[in-house]
Each structure stands twice: as structure tokens, then as C-alpha cells.
Design a protein around this ligand. Structure first.
Ligand SMILES: Nc1nc2c(c(=O)[nH]1)N[C@H]1C(S)=C(S)[C@@H](COP(=O)(O)OP(=O)(O)OC[C@H]3O[C@@H](n4cnc5c(=O)[nH]c(N)nc54)[C@H](O)[C@@H]3O)O[C@H]1N2
Ligand SMILES: Nc1nc2c(c(=O)[nH]1)N[C@H]1C(S)=C(S)[C@@H](COP(=O)(O)OP(=O)(O)OC[C@H]3O[C@@H](n4cnc5c(=O)[nH]c(N)nc54)[C@H](O)[C@@H]3O)O[C@H]1N2
Ligand SMILES: [Mo]
Length: 829
């Protein structure tokens, strides 16, 4: 059956209900540019979405050499044909007239058009000079979670073995370093235990600080379909905002921000007190039970109520649901990872699953989520503060093994200290020890905390800044050299989503002008720098995406993220496949840890772990005595109050995050008309009771200030937790008068003007979700509501007077289902 749905006003589309244990029915979403009929499409080219970590598989429609639309891939395990709003409309940004088409170099203070040879020679010459004068530690690379696997691997080899610098990290530091760290702390190694298929089997799904409805809308469609089928799951939601997830939940806990550890300790207290523990599992597969039991002994719901401001009865109710689950699936994201005590909290969710034996079975799994589409690859390839293949930098055997793969001396690969994290790299640049910073696929002048500081670091004369992007972003405007990149749809490569599913994304159209794939740019650099292996052969011996993939396979062999069973052809035929994929598992691996814990043995593990409160590293010797048999580790943490709490000058708590229709700094979604119209400018969310106390109304122009800075936006009154302010972080300056930052003509509007330079001691992920702020009125509304969507967590508390989010003719998406299909019939109530 075919229907046409406005997917701005109805972002999740129509329902295809199914029963617990059934197969999620397919629904193929298609959107073509106005006036283009399906028959007129020349070809459909296989790809997957890079606007979130879901890995929604899609085909790109091409006509006359141009992209004209997209269609979900019905064969794919992840989405079975469905697409989210950003997937269906986001591709239009590729053809924006303001794409970068030629390299730019700074001359007499101004960025001027140049050619590739000049630009790359400048970059190579500066690298050579710095290597000679100041050594490898003067060069840093700050990359992304949005390039392809082949690109990260090439960059990691060039940076770690070519330059020999320890300063290589991704914006994944801001995104999923806590996910990786939590997995390492509990299981000894990165690697997502669960699978999206667990949604089909779970009877309880718990979402911790995760607005799945807006940030992975296709998996939310899957949950909505289960909720409408027979035997629906119960949902537990922990989020201080009235998200769609919260509204659908059986139990919604809206804690004070920054108190996740207290809440989780109380939940664990209840689970232990009521004896809802799988003792056999704990005995067979874990160490550390006594420590956790001791730590949470006094953490009663009443104790947590005082800290979290959530009724004790509610906490007990949530514990009851979690404790009686037969198959529990938990998901965790930025409300935990970017909040206070990030790793400590994320680990308590692993503890919940270990205590209850909820791992490695259909429906029983934990998803320490990723955010960015290719963040998993940044981590695997060693471009995110780890060595490639989840190798342990403290284990000489692992370093020697990597040196063998690269045919270099082990001493070539820096491993005297943990790889430098992004926040530290910016500190080194501030202090002057890093003199060249190559930024690829990220926009730190909007996305890092405390933007006035970031702008001043990037503007220093002594720092040579290279920016590789599609557009002249806020960051690119501060660069010395700007390299125009080709992106998704214009280049070929693979990437891996949050449940280890690897997709191939194939070039569909030519990039604009002289823009080049990131892989070609890194290969060109390696060649110009003349990087050699120990026999004098080229260090980087591959020349295109497929040969880079083959090289990566050799590096991944025998490691948890084993890709040796995958090829481009196999990915073409089967669509998404989950790693590990090798001789033992030729079709990939749905769930990890089905037969106990696999990667925590002292000789194998990716890390020996850290103290959850101080971040101090555990030594090899300690690890060997703590966990000689390589079991999962139950690790406890005491609750500590957040560093910045509201007071007289800054009476509100401040948190920041996302909305459904935009991706990050909007370089793509801000250029897609339907998405931009749905959320055209920044807003500030506040509760009705706070607004009444302050004499504020919907649409008032307010200023929000923190000890670091301020922004201006219109007020949206919602059912958010009283005492809390929320601001979306999407809005920077590229589409304002100034282009790069606030000035006389451009009021501040980026959330990160206000956030704090502070990070989790364990994962080093910045704290974007816990600060204090003040709100003052600048101008009463003239009846104009805030420019915030009404379909999402920013929905108004009272609908009166607020114009609903509009879609319109160009927002129509065709949804095709087959009601006679076996998979649908079984699931309908
Ligand atoms: N539409 C859209 N989708 C995206 C992205 C996007 O930009 N737009 N980006 C992608 C990326 S890179 C990422 S990382 C993910 C992020 O996906 P999410 O983590 O789901 O999104 P956020 O809005 O950052 O934060 C989630 C929730 O955390 C809550 N929160 C804030 N502080 C606390 C706290 O102290 N405790 C608890 N329990 N909750 C708290 C907020 O109210 C918010 O609803 O989304 C991905 N998908
Ligand atoms: N206050 C606050 N700040 C946050 C967060 C928050 O919740 N609150 N969340 C944090 C998180 S989780 C994340 S992931 C970051 C995201 O922060 P950023 O990574 O800075 O945000 P993006 O806008 O995704 O920037 C990606 C850049 O890469 C470019 N690009 C896209 N595709 C390609 C490509 O193929 N090649 C190249 N070379 N460039 C490309 C885009 O044009 C864009 O400029 O923000 C973090 N900052
Ligand atoms: Mo992210």
C-alpha cells in the first residue's frame, strides 16, 4: 500500500505494528525532488545516512548526473526501508551554491582562492619545518565522526607512524568517548554488546539521557511499532525534558541534571535489596560484586530523592520495572555521556545488565550508543585516542603487533602516554606547544565549549590551522589553509553504525568544482611527506577506498572489530553486516558476549581501566590481580555533586542538546529548506512555573548568561523540569551578518558561548550538559512565538497562541508497505 505523508509534521510516518518476537515489517520511504517522477530516475546508488549513528541504509536517486532524491533500502537489517526527516531532506545540501570548490590560502590576512598543489605544498612544507624545528609533538590532527573508515585509517597511519605524533583525536571525544570508555571499563574492550534487533524481543526498554525519538528517529519508529503491536514493551525514560520518549514511558524520571550516578546507585540498591539478581551469571562472568553491593548499600530511593529531586516512590517503581524485566534493553546517550560523572554513570548501566544477567540474548542487551554516523570507525581505526584495532597502548605486545602490520619499528608509534585527547590538544595549542592543527570534518568554533576561548586559540598567528570541509564554516574562516572536501554521495567508503553494522556508501555524483574526497587529500599528504616503512617502502601503500579497506582488514585481523570476512562486494549484496565478520562468523555477529566475556583477559584487553572518580589509570599488575580470568568488571562509584551549581547570580541549571530537524552546526540541515523552516533559529526552553515567576511569556526575547558568555533567543515555555533551561546547540554564525562569531551586528546565539571548559575525568568528554545560568528579559514578544518545533521535546506546555510546525507540499514522503506480506500479518493486533 502506498501513502503520502508530510514528514515534517509527522516525522515518524505511519505505523506498521508488530508483536514481540516478530519481524519488524518493512516500509519503504521515498522522497524525490518536486517534479521528478520515479521513472525519470537514471540510477539508484547504494548508500547509508551520515546524519546520526543509526546507519539508515538508502539509495540515492541520480538524474542527469545530479542527486534528485533518496529511498530507504528495504533489504537492510537496520531500517527495512525507513528514513528519518534528516535522511529524506538532508541530501539537498550537497548541491548548495556555496560549497567550497577550490582550496583557499591566507594571503595578507585574507583567504584567497588557490590550487591544490599550492595549498598542499604549504601544508607539507609547514609540517616538514615543524618536524625539524620542534618535533612531532608540534603537530596535531583533530578529525571527525563523519568521514569514512578508509579515511580515518589512512589518517591514523600518517599521523601515528608517519609524523609520529600522539596528538590525533576526533570530535568523537565530544560524542562517544564515554561510550567507548564505559565499554572498556566493564568489558575490557570497546564493542557494542547489543543489537537493534533487541528492540524486537525486549519486554522492557530503558532509555537513559537519550532522546531516541529525535536523534535516531528510525529506531523510534521501531519502538512505536512495537508499542502498537501485541505484547508491547514497557519503557523507562530518564530525562529532565518532556521528550516523546518520556511521554510514551511507563515510568518517566526527570532528575536534576548532573545526578545520574545518585539515581543509578539507588536503582542498583533496589535491585540488590529485592534480590533480583542473576547469581549464576554474576558468579560465572563477573568480578567486583562485593564492591558494588557495599557502595550502594545506603543509596535508598529516599536518599536519591533528596539529590535528584525525583519522588522515592517513582525510583522504586522504575527499579521494579527494571528488576522484573524478562528481557531488558537499555540505551545510553548524551544525557549521561555529556553530564556530570559521565563514565561512572554509564558504567552503572552496564552493572545493571551484569547483575541481572541481561546480555548476549535476544532482547537482553545494552546499547552504549554512538551519536555520529561513523564514530565507531574513528575509534576502531585509532583516530580517537586509541590505537587501531582496539590495541592497548600500555601493552608492548600490542604495540609490537601494530608495528608489524605497518612494518615500522615499535618505537615509531608513540605510546609513552595515552593518546592526547581533544580538549588537551586545544590546551597545547593555547600554550604554544602545538603549532599546526589540521581540522577535518568538524566545526569546533561552534561545537566546543567556551567559544570565545576557542576562537582566540584558532586565531593565533603562531598556530597554522588547516581546515578540510564542504563549506566556509565558522572554523574555516579562521584557517590558514582551507581544503574543499567531497562528501557522502560524492565519494565511496564504508562506515559502521552504533550496533556494529558496516555499510558501503557509493559515489553517486561528481563533487563540485575541485573538491576532493578526504581519502585523496590524506593520500596526497602522505605522498608529499614521503612517509616510509622500515624497508624504505611507502608507509601508505594503498591508493583508493577499496585498497584502503583491504589494508584495514589486515590491521583488524584477530581483533574484536575483525573485518576480515567483509568485502565491498559482500556489502553490496547483503547491505549492512555486523562485525566481527570473519571465518568463524562469515555472516557477521548479531550480539557480543553470548558465551560470556571475550576480550577482558589481561593479554587481550584494550585497557587496564581507570578509577571511575579520579580517572587515575590502573596498572598492568593491578589489572592482572583484579581480573586474571578476563571477566566483566562490576565497578562502583560514589555520587559527587556537580562542579557548577546554581546560586544567586546564576539561579538556573543549563543544559544543551538537539532537535529532530537539525544536525549539529547545521552545515547540511540549515541548507535543506524543509528542515530549516521547521527550526529556523535558536530558542530557550523554560518551565511554566519559572516563566510565571520571572514574568516571562512565550516568544519573549531573553538573554541567557553563564560565567563564560551569553546568548539571545526567544523563549519557549514547555513541560521541562522546573529550574532547568535548555538551549539547542545547532545555531552558530555562518548564516548571520558576521559569518564567524558575535559582533556589533550579530548577537550571540551559539549555546557554547556559555558552556564550561571541563570534562569527565575518565573519558575526557566535555560537560555540555551541566552548567549554571541566568535568564533576563530583553524584549517582550509582539505575539510572535519562539521559532521552536511543536512536534518534539520543545512542544509548548500550552498550545494556545503557538503556530504549529508546518511541512507543506515539498515535505511529502511516499511510504510503501505490503499489507499481504507475512511479516506484517503476524504482528497486527
Ligand atoms: N536530529 C538529530 N539527531 C542526531 C544528531 C543531531 O544533531 N540532530 N546528532 C547525532 C549525534 S552526534 C549524537 S551524539 C546524538 C545525541 O543524541 P541524544 O543524546 O539523544 O541527544 P541530546 O539532545 O544531546 O541529549 C539527550 C537528552 O539528554 C537530556 N539530559 C540533559 N542533561 C541530562 C542529565 O544530567 N541526565 C539525564 N538523564 N538526561 C539529561 C536532555 O534533556 C536530552 O533530551 O544524536 C545523533 N542524532
Ligand atoms: N553545547 C553542546 N555542544 C556540543 C554538543 C551538545 O550536545 N551540546 N554535542 C557534541 C557532539 S555529541 C558532537 S558529535 C559535536 C558535533 O560538532 P561538529 O563536528 O563540530 O559539528 P558538525 O556540524 O557535524 O561539523 C562537521 C563538519 O564537517 C563538515 N563535513 C561534513 N561531511 C564532511 C566530509 O565528508 N568531509 C569533510 N572534510 N567535512 C565534512 C560539515 O560541513 C561540518 O562543518 O558537537 C558537540 N558539541
Ligand atoms: Mo555526537
Amino acid at each position: 500500500m502506498d501513502t503520502s505523508v508530510d514528514r515534517i509534521t509527522q516525522p515518524w510516518g505511519s505505523r506498521t505494528p508488530y508483536a514481540r518476537g516478530g519481524t519488524w515489517p518493512s516500509r519503504v520511504d521515498t522522497h524525490l525532488a518536486q517534479g521528478v517522477e520515479p521513472e525519470a530516475v537514471d540510477r539508484w546508488v547504494q548508500a547509508a545516512s551520515i546524519l546520526h549513528s543509526d546507519g539508515d541504509a538508502m539509495d540515492i536517486a541520480v538524474k542527469d548526473g545530479r542527486m534528485v532524491g533518496v529511498r530507504g533500502r528495504v533489504v537492510d537489517r537496520v531500517n527495512r526501508g525507513r528514513l528519518g526527516p534528516k535522511d529524506v531532506f538532508g541530501w539537498q545540501a550537497n548541491a548548495s551554491p556555496d560549497r567550497l570548490t577550490r582550496p583557499l590560502v591566507r594571503r595578507d590576512g585574507r583567504l584567497t582562492e588557490s590550487d591544490w598543489d599550492t595549498a598542499m605544498e604549504l601544508v607539507a612544507a609547514r609540517s616538514r619545518d615543524l618536524l625539524q624545528e620542534r618535533g612531532p609533538g608540534s603537530i596535531g590532527f583533530y578529525t571527525s565522526g563523519q568521514l569514512f573508515l578508509e579515511e580515518y585509517y589512512t589518517l591514523a597511519v600518517a599521523a601515528r607512524a608517519g609524523i609520529g605524533t600522539n596528538h590525533l583525536d576526533g570530535n568523537t571525544r565530544l560524542c562517544t568517548s564515554t561510550a567507548a570508555e564505559a565499554l572498556k571499563e566493564s568489558f575490557g574492550c570497546d564493542g557494542q554488546p547489543g543489537s537493534y534487533d533487541d528492540i524486537d524481543h525486549a519486554d522492557v526498554i530503558a532509555l537513559f539521557g537519550h532522546n531516541l525519538a529525535e536523534t535516531q528517529p528510525v529506531q523510534w519508529m521501531r519502538i512505536l511499532d512495537r508499542l502498537e503491536g501485541s505484547d508491547p514493551p514497557r519503557l523507562v525514560c530518564v530525562d529532565p525534558r518532556p521528550t516523546r520518549v518520556a511521554r510514551a514511558a511507563t515510568v518517566h524520571l526527570a532528575p536534576r541534571i548532573g545526578t545520574n550516578v545518585a539515581l543509578l546507585n539507588a536503582l542498583l540498591h533496589e535491585i540488590i535489596r529485592t534480590g533480583r539478581i542473576d547469581h549464576d551469571y554474576v558468579e560465572a562472568h563477573t568480578v567486583g560484586f562485593e564492591e558494588v553491593a557495599e557502595r550502594v548499600r545506603d543509596c535508598t530511593p529516599e536518599w536519591a530523592e533528596r539529590i535528584c529531586d525525583v519522588p522515592a516512590a517513582r525510583i522504586a517503581e522504575a527499579a521494579e520495572v527494571l528488576g522484573t524485566a524478562d528481557r531488558l534493553l537499555s540505551t545510553v546517550l548524551q544525557g549521561v555521556y555529556q553530564s556530570h560523572q559521565a563514565t561512572a554513570a554509564a558504567v552503572q548501566i552496564n552493572n545493571l545488565h551484569l547483575l541481572r544477567g541481561m546480555l548476549g540474548r535476544p532482547g537482553a542487551g545494552v546499547l552504549q550508543m554512538n551519536g555520529q554516523p561513523t564514530a565507531q570507525n574513528t575509534r576502531e581505526c585509532g583516530a580517537n585516542g586509541d590505537l587501531p584495532g582496539f590495541r592497548n597502548w600500555q601493552n608492548d605486545q600490542h604495540v609490537a603487533d601494530l608495528a608489524k602490520v605497518w612494518n615500522v619499528e615499535p618505537m615509531t608509534i608513540p605510546h609513552y602516554a595515552p593518546p592526547t585527547h581533544a580538549m588537551q590538544m586545544f590546551r597545547y595549542a593555547e600554550q604554544g606547544s602545538i603549532r599546526m592543527l589540521w581540522i577535518s570534518g568538524t566545526n569546533p568554533a561552534v561545537s566546543l565549549p567556551e567559544l570565545s576561548r576557542i576562537r582566540s586559540i584558532l586565531s593565533q598567528d603562531r598556530l597554522f590551522v588547516v581546515v578540510q570541509d564542504l563549506f566556509l564554516t565558522e572554523t574555516a574562516q579562521l584557517a590558514d589553509v582551507v581544503l574543499p572536501a567531497a562528501t557522502w554521495g560524492e565519494k565511496t567508503g564504508t562506515f559502521t553504525n552504533a550496533d556494529r553494522t558496516v555499510h558501503l556508501s557509493v559515489k553517486a555524483v561528481e563533487p563540485p568544482g575541485e573538491a576532493r574526497p578526504d581519502l585523496d587529500i590524506f593520500l596526497d599528504y602522505a605522498q608529499r611527506m614521503g612517509f616510509r616503512d622500515k624497508n624504505g617502502g611507502p608507509l601508505v601503500s594503498w591508493h583508493d577506498p577499496e585498497s584502503a579497506f583491504e589494508a584495514w582488514k589486515r590491521c583488524s585481523a584477530g581483533r574484536p572489530c575483525d573485518y576480515t570476512g567483509l568485502t565491498y562486494d559482500k556489502l553490496r549484496d547483503a547491505s549492512g553486516i555486523q562485525w566481527p565478520c570473519n571465518e568463524q562468523a562469515p555472516d557477521g555477529t548479531d550480539r557480543l558476549y553470548t558465551d560470556g566475556i571475550a576480550w577482558a583477559k589481561p593479554d587481550v584487553c584494550e585497557t587496564y581501566g581507570k578509577d571511575l572518580v579520579t580517572g587515575a589509570a590502573v596498572s598492568t599488575v593491578e589489572y592482572r590481580s583484579l581480573n586474571p580470568d578476563g571477566k566483566a568488571m562490576l565497578k562502583a562509584a560514589e555520587y559527587l555533586p556537580p562542579h557548577e551549581v546554581p546560586g544567586d547570580d546564576y539561579p538556573f541549571q543549563l543544559t544543551t542538546g538537539r532537535t529532530l530537524y537539525h544536525f549539529h552546526t547545521r552545515t547540511k540541515t540549515g541548507r535543506a529548506p524543509q528542515l530549516n523552516a521547521a527550526a529556523p533559529d535558536v530558542w530557550v526552553e523554560m518551565s511554566s512555573s519559572d516563566a510565571a515567576a520571572q514574568g516571562l511569556d512565550e516568544g519573549d526575547l531573553v538573554e541567557v548568561t553563564s560565567p563564560r558568555g551569553a546568548l539571545r533567543g526567544r523563549l519557549r515555555i514547555t513541560d521541562i523540569r522546573p529550574g532547568l533551561i535548555f538551549v539547542p546547540f545547532h545555531y552558530g554564525y555562518w548564516d548571520t551578518a558576521s559569518g564567524s562569531g558575535p559582533d556589533e551586528a550579530t548577537p550571540p546565539r551559539a549555546a557554547n558561548e556559555m558552556t564550561v571548559t571541563d570534562w569527565d575525568a575518565v573519558s575526557k568528554q566535555p560537560l555540555f550538559k551541566s552548567a549554571a545560568a541566568a535568564v533576563t528579559l530583553l524584549e517582550k514578544s509582539s505575539g510572535q512565538p519562539a521559532p521552536a518545533p511543536t512536534t518534539t521535546a520543545s512542544a509548548p506546555a500550552r498550545a494556545g497562541g503557538v503556530r504549529p510546525t508546518e511541512g507543506g507540499a515539498t515535505a511529502q514522503v511516499r511510504e510503501s508497505t505490503d499489507p499481504s506480506g507475512d511479516d506484517i500479518a503476524g504482528g497486527t493486533r
